[in-house]
Design a protein around this ligand. Structure first.
Ligand code: ADP
Length: 309
């Protein structure tokens, strides 16, 4: 797809790396980089949601964050870069929607609350098709998602990345030079926390601030007797955050109502309910919004890490 014509000449940002051509960069590469920078300039806050392992609730957190922010009156985009296993369309009840576009640009799919969503799931001819791609193709697809989707002016872009430290998180970390930071999702057990430690180090290597850790699936209130059962243990995410010197945002319990809500594409409705998981999500997302929008720059937050936010 052809990049839009870049218009960086009037920009006053001294720090933007798209102001000047890099050594050895071709005219077309420079123009393309400027087009990407121009698109990202229209987005105030960029948050990446990462996890060490799959199945820990990362897509659920990303979707919950986007829904909560748009519910709080922000203009929000949600970009699903899990190219091989996109979950966002299903969670938001958009599985049968296909993206449209004209002249090289792609329109985001609109969800209630004017939430703008993009996912590989909207581009595959059939939702059960498998995508068999190596790194360079994934990098260029993620670049297109950022540059060619008509995001418009946004307060927030939330990016749901696949788990681990592979091509997709690396691509997005490199393409978005001024991300506010990453939100890490883990379950309490060592099998997950040991991998999310790698995500902390990954973020540090890419110079991405760690905004905080969310411990998901943290205990279950037995629906029969009300007794708490720590299916995956408890406190492992908080301990890991303290050990790694990064902020802890809070815990979300296992909530049996969340799974059918996600499967039916009714996660947004679930999140506005008084179910235990929904209440926990709302409280920690409120903390995160305060952290990102407070005067203290988010980039400083990770320096004071290791404590509850
Ligand atoms: P990931 O993106 O880490 O692979 P998902 O967000 O797709 O994980 O969640 C995996 C499954 O776990 C989904 O069915 C989701 O509804 C469910 N889930 C996530 N968090 C919770 C929770 N706190 N309680 C119950 N089910 C949850």
């Amino acid at each position: 797809m052809e990049p839009e014509e870049a218009k960086c000449e009037d920009c006053s940002s001294a720090s933007c790396s798209a102001r000047a051509k890099k050594d050895g960069e071709s005219d077309s590469d420079f123009q393309e980089r400027q087009a990407l920078a121009q698109r990202l300039c229209g987005i105030k806050h960029k948050l990446l949601v990462l996890s060490g392992k799959g199945g820990v609730g990362k897509s659920t957190v990303a979707a919950a964050l986007a829904v909560a922010l748009s519910g709080a009156g922000r203009d929000v985009g949600l970009l699903d870069i899990d190219l091989h296993g996109p979950s966002i369309p299903r969670l938001l009840g958009l599985s049968d929607v296909r993206a449209t576009g004209t002249g090289g640009s792609i329109d985001p799919v609109m969800a209630p609350g004017d939430l703008r969503v993009m996912s590989m799931g909207f581009l595959l001819p059939n939702k059960d098709d498998a995508l068999i791609w190596r790194g360079p193709l994934k990098y260029s697809m993620i670049k297109q998602f950022l540059r060619d989707v008509e995001w418009g002016e946004l307060d927030y872009l939330i990016v749901d990345s696949p788990p681990g430290t592979g091509d997709e998180p690396l691509s997005i970390g490199q393409l978005i030079e001024d991300a506010d930071g990453v939100v890490l999702v883990t379950t309490p057990q060592a099998l997950s926390t040991s991998d999310v430690r790698k995500s902390v180090n990954f973020a540090r290597q890419l110079n991405l601030p760690v905004l905080g850790v969310i411990e998901n699936m943290s205990g279950l209130s037995c629906p029969e007797c009300g007794k708490r059962v720590d299916v995956f243990g408890a406190g492992g995410g908080k301990d890991m955050a303290s050990d790694m010197g990064v902020p802890f945002l809070g815990s979300v319990p296992i909530d049996p109502l969340m799974v059918p809500a996600g499967d039916r594409g009714e996660l947004a409705e679930y999140l506005s309910s008084d179910a235990p998981g929904a209440l926990a999500f709302r409280s920690l997302i409120e903390k995160l919004i305060k952290l990102v929008e407070s005067d203290v720059s988010a980039r400083d937050a990770h320096v004071h890490g290791g404590t509850d936010v």
